[in-house]
Design a protein around this ligand. Structure first.
Ligand SMILES: CC(C)(COP(=O)(O)OP(=O)(O)OC[C@H]1O[C@@H](n2cnc3c(N)ncnc32)[C@H](O)[C@@H]1OP(=O)(O)O)[C@@H](O)C(=O)NCCC(=O)NCCS
Length: 153
């Protein structure tokens, strides 16, 4: 299993996983392409034997220093093998290295496997929103505080 930065050639596989994971709520190809252009360093895929099995996408709000996990998906046939956890861990590491003070994400409150990953990695539930995306679906906001000790040499 190799975790690496996504390339343009991966976007078709990422879109397939998105569609299998989120159905009507998945990012269309043009949004994935635009996210690739602006979030490239925080767009990772998990690859095995040349096949993309999962992806994670994040970014940093430079004004607030908040890192965000925007999307995470693993191919249904590859779930339960810690790929989701590995991808999330790697993104958290990148966001932390790039000076995020906290990392935020939202997840459906009933998404037990995703919540398990986030809680295991130190994310805490902050607030539930009834209509976060204006689609009448609840979303739970979770945050991981990062303790950063930086010294001016
Ligand atoms: C959520 C998702 C990314 C998880 O990927 P994955 O590679 O299967 O996850 P992992 O194998 O790393 O870990 C899943 C964890 O959840 C646990 N889990 C699975 N089903 C569970 C359930 N019903 N209740 C509680 N925990 C559960 C597993 O035991 C595992 O925990 P462990 O590490 O302690 O064994 C994947 O299911 C997916 O793509 N889902 C659809 C898209 C999605 O929901 N993305 C997240 C949006 S915020």
């Amino acid at each position: 299993m190799n975790i690496r930065r996504a390339t343009l050639e991966d976007l078709e596989s990422v879109h397939q996983i998105e569609t299998l994971s989120f159905n009507d709520g998945s990012y269309p190809p043009f949004v994935l392409r635009q996210l690739f252009d602006i979030s490239h360093e925080y767009f990772l895929v998990a690859e095995e034997e040349g096949k993309v099995l999962g992806y994670v996408l994040g970014n940093i709000n430079k004004n607030t220093s908040q890192g965000w996990l925007l999307s995470l998906g693993v191919h249904p046939e590859a779930r339960g093998k810690k790929i989701g956890k590995l991808l999330t861990e790697k993104l958290v590491e990148l966001l932390e290295n790039d000076l995020s003070t906290e990392i935020c994400l939202t997840v459906h409150p009933d998404n037990a496997s995703a919540k398990k990953i986030y809680e295991d990695l130190g994310f805490k539930s902050v607030k539930t929103f009834d209509n976060y995306y204006n689609d009448l679906e609840a979303r739970l906001l979770m945050k991981k505080q990062l303790i950063t000790l930086r010294f001016n040499a």
